[in-house]
Design a protein around this ligand. Sequence first.
Ligand code: FAD
Length: 353
Amino acid sequence: MTQGVDVVVIGGGQAGLAAGYHLRRLGLSFVILDAQATPGGAWQHTWDSLHLFSPAAHSSLPGRLMPPQPGETYPDAAHVVDYLTDYEQRYELPVVRPVRVEAVLRDGQFLRVETDSGTWRARAVTSATGTWSRPFIPAIPGRAEFEGRQLHTVEYRRASDFAGQRVVVVGDGNSGAQIAADLAHDTDLTWVTLREPRYLADDIDGRALFDAATARRRALDEGRTDTGGVASLGDIVAVPPVREARDAGLLKAQPMFDRLTAGAVAWADGTRAEADVIIWCTGFRPALAHLAPLGLRGPRGHIPTRGTEALGEPRLHLLGYGDWTGPASATLIGVGRPARDAARQIAGLLGAV
Ligand code: FAD
């Protein structure tokens, strides 16, 4: 049986919920289809010690401030899951789960959304599927020869799983720095980064990142010089565990190695670091496979957009994947504005405003 709505939102993480909040305000009929069995999107799957890099009030979706977590300036991931669970109940968002969207196809004046639990027919689609389900690991010579364990950020849970082991952490972003700091005390750690790690000043947290992204958007909107946005500040937020490990001299980064051998990572000058485990904190790609039938793919696996609207398919909006779908849109506080703009555009397209 095919069900019909104005809008299908694909993905029930923070971006999908922010989309739902604004679609509801505009009076559109919609459904949110989410592949997870329970609320919280990717926050359900992060490592145990992860804390946000902004205080609760600065990590809020539209309409409802995140309450502070008792005893924590920077809330942990479980607190975010609780907040998102409460958010979708409070606003009675129609999330259906677990439903995995397999394909979105053009069907005359509609878009057809095919899932593992039936088909929906929509006048517009907002895709908010995030990046967590598409971990990226770079091609490195010898990767298949390495006989130890290799895992990505998405599989890392806690340092005690690796106690006493020789662990190589690869990655110069926040995930790499935080996981390296987590492991620094209990493992024989080698931290490898493509570039020299760049820390934000210790008194700067995610609030400054959001402000920088906002200033950049304003500058670009007004035709002024690109401020450089978040990239101008540095890459790593010196959250307390990272700062402590760094200041204790436990976070000394090595340059990127050139190949893997059966039991080590190896540099071209002959240096080696023996390893039992390699943890790749090397980022993500947008989860867009379900949109392949629309034939919209552009460079680097992205779909070209104007704001959130897909160029070539005005009935499709992309939300929350990164700055290319709105400044800071891959953050809790940043996704509200592009979600509002997308909902308004959809309402305009459907003649609902
Ligand atoms: P997700 O949370 O991944 O939600 C997408 C949902 O879509 C999931 O439930 C998924 O199962 C579902 N889905 C995927 N494919 C399909 C499909 N085909 N059909 C149906 N459903 C599907 N942001 C901050 O604001 N503050 C921070 O401190 C912060 N720290 C971060 C730390 C780490 C390590 C990472 C990786 C990110 C961090 N972020 C932070 C960034 C960001 O807030 C998260 O990545 C966030 O989870 C992205 O939300 P989302 O809704 O776009 O995607």
